[in-house]
Write a protein that binds this ligand. Structure first.
Ligand SMILES: *Cc1c(COP(=O)(O)O)cnc(C)c1O
Length: 391
């Protein structure tokens, strides 16, 4: 059994993939070929925003978005510690300061109540009401933006987050690396904030055969800046450079592959919903001792992961051992919240600062999840989980 089965998907579209790749080999425009523009147009339309910008990875998408706002030293960006390394990494890379905000225990996404506390605590430089990286907050340090993460495919709570952003004059960048295809109140993920950033890493809901990413925005000014930043800060021609940028282009070959994969994406998304629904029913019926994921009303998850919570750290080990013994792959996203990672030691956070993230990190684990998971495989997985006796 595979944790994410990409071979089944390939079998379904292999002939068309080969045709797409062949077409690129024939026209030879490996950099910024017509497939890149076509992908931007197609995915922009799907998300429902005016502008889409293909780039080299999800990490570059986040970096380009922050750079478009001119983020640098002295700027504070609020984000969560319960996420993949890249989310806070790009903030630190620009010498800005990530200020972590704890998550909601049910959705695993940024808790707007904690966000408001963090904003006020930063204003007053008062870490008694919310943990802050005190040593890094100089006189000139100022809150600039918020970077919520749509963890495991479920969009964050953008209603209150955008309201707070508005009243405190902050921008919001949606880390939608895992949520392409998700929805909130009828609006697609990637289009839920000022800029949405997704990833086409092979294991993401829409994955390439290599690295890739995309930025989405309704703001043509931001789009123009990101277009320039993506190619060394270019101006009106190749040899005019307006600003310091990066080499952040998406390969034409990856765009061609993504176009073909996108053709079956809506169907795959449907299948993911069915797989998630079956997990929920089967696990509940079996009286399993783990908490299954909740999707709040008005939301659709893209189900990048199906993550459950064991009662405690010790019982998680028991569940994982049972899965291993049954030949079933599993994973832990994420075993260490970012504020406790060595790389972020310079922020000066300590254990206990973000109790919900720390608690989830100790109990969470993810089950196989992909559009081609069969009922029989799910029966096998749930039978193992439901047979585990924990106190
Ligand atoms: C995968 C991921 C990224 C980075 O995407 P890459 O394409 O691997 O650079 C950023 N944030 C989150 C939440 C992710 O899951």
């Amino acid at each position: 059994m595979q944790f994410i089965d990409l071979a089944q998907q390939q079998k379904r579209i292999r002939a068309n993939l080969e045709k797409r790749i062949q077409a690129v080999l024939d026209h030879g425009q490996y950099i910024m070929g017509p497939e890149v523009l076509s992908l931007e147009h197609t995915l922009g339309e799907y998300v429902g925003v005016e502008h889409a910008l293909a780039c080299a990875s999800g990490t570059d998408a986040l970096l380009l978005a922050l750079m478009a706002y001119g983020v640098g030293p002295g700027d504070v960006i609020f984000t969560t510690p319960f996420t993949f390394m890249a989310t806070a990494e790009v903030i630190a890379l620009l010498r800005a300061v990530p200020v972590f905000v704890d998550i909601d225990p049910v959705t695993f996404n940024m808790d707007p109540v904690q966000l408001e506390k963090a904003i006020h605590a930063l204003r007053r430089r008062d870490s008694t009401t919310h943990p802050l990286p005190e040593g890094l907050l100089g006189e000139a340090t100022e809150a600039r933006g918020i970077m919520p993460v749509d963890l495991f495919g479920l969009p964050a709570d953008y209603g209150p987050i955008l309201a707070l952003a508005e009243s405190h004059d902050l921008f919001v960048i949606e880390d939608a690396a895992q949520s392409f295809g998700g929805e909130r109140n009828g609006k697609k993920a990637c289009g839920l904030a000022h800029i949405g950033c997704t990833s086409f890493f092979p294991a993401k809901p829409l994955g390439a055969y290599g690295d890739g990413g995309m930025c989405f925005t309704r703001d043509s000014g931001l789009q123009d800046t990101m277009l320039s930043l993506r190619i060394h800060g270019q101006g009106n021609n190749k040899y005019e450079n307006l600003r310091i940028g990066i080499n952040g282009r998406l390969d034409t070959l990856q765009a061609a592959i993504l176009l073909e994969k996108f053709a079956i994406f809506p169907d795959e998304l449907e299948r993911r919903q069915e797989v998630a629904q079956r997990y929920r029913e089967m696990l509940r019926a079996g009286g399993v001792r783990v908490a299954v994921p909740e999707v709040p009303p008005g939301y659709t998850s893209a189900w990048a992961q199906y993550s459950v919570l064991a009662p405690d750290a010790q019982s998680r080990e028991t569940f994982l051992a049972a899965l291993r013994a049954g030949g079933i792959p599993s994973a832990i996203y994420y075993p260490t919240p970012l504020h406790l990672q060595p790389a972020y030691r310079f922020l000066g956070y300590s254990s206990g600062d973000f109790p919900v993230s720390e608690d989830c990190a100790g109990r969470i684990f993810s089950l196989p999840m992909h559009p081609y998971l069969t009922r029989e495989q799910q029966e096998q997985i749930t039978a193992v989980l439901c047979s585990v006796k924990v106190p």
